[in-house]
Design a protein around this ligand. Sequence first.
Ligand code: HEC
Length: 86
Amino acid sequence: MKNSFVILVIGAFLFLFMASPVVAQSEVKALVEKECSRCHGIARVNKASKDAAAWEKTVNRMIKKGAAIKPEEKDDVIKYLSTLKK
Ligand code: HEC
């Protein structure tokens, strides 16, 4: 009885551990698709092929122009954008 509880707890942690990055990634994708298509099409974003350092510069420039990306979201946005690299 005790053993099955331990297995259940470990299982729940494993599930959360594996599920959370996927959720975060799709939330960031939705944010980028909404916020980064306000002034130009999302094609401009998806077409660009940059590494993380180049994206950081671009995202900072877009924030200066008025993109509503919060400071705590910036790293996730840059990470997501870097995965678009062809
Ligand atoms: C307030 C308007 C605005 C928003 C919001 C905005 N952009 Fe832009 N973006 C521009 C303008 C204007 C240009 C063209 C001038 C320039 O490149 O600085 C541009 C150009 C670009 C370019 C092409 C130039 C380059 O450096 O490769 C990319 C890529 C880009 N934006 C990505 C993004 C991303 C990613 C976001 C969301 C984080 C975003 N933009 C949100 C206004 C905006």
